[in-house]
Design a protein around this ligand. Sequence first.
Ligand SMILES: [Ca+2]
Length: 130
Amino acid sequence: MRNTRLAATALATGLLCAGLAVPAHAQAGSSAEHAAALRRASEQCGSGQVCFWYSRNFSGTPWRWTPASGYRDMPSNLHDHVYSFYANASACFIDWDPRERRRATPGDYAKAYDTNFGKRIDAVDQISAC
Ligand SMILES: [Ca+2]
């Protein structure tokens, strides 16, 4: 009985720690869920595009940008609210105030970008702007 309770406590503690670790590492769920999310992202984001989602985990329909588009302000719903992105091209993510730029290169992604620059992004431009 005692061992069972200890095991339950250890399990609960483990779950708690896993929960607390999520924001720090911007990762959630199992590796299978992670792989599925990445597959969803790559299926929705074409070659040469950088894709931005309002929600985490590449959920919903992304806004797609290509370097040929040049400078673009983020659409209003994505202004300071890109909670996941996937880059199949190089780009420069821009925050105007305070002014800061972040480079993205093909293969870069974040599925919980609200823990990072996704709460600040205002615009996207060619990587030469970074
Ligand atoms: Ca901003």
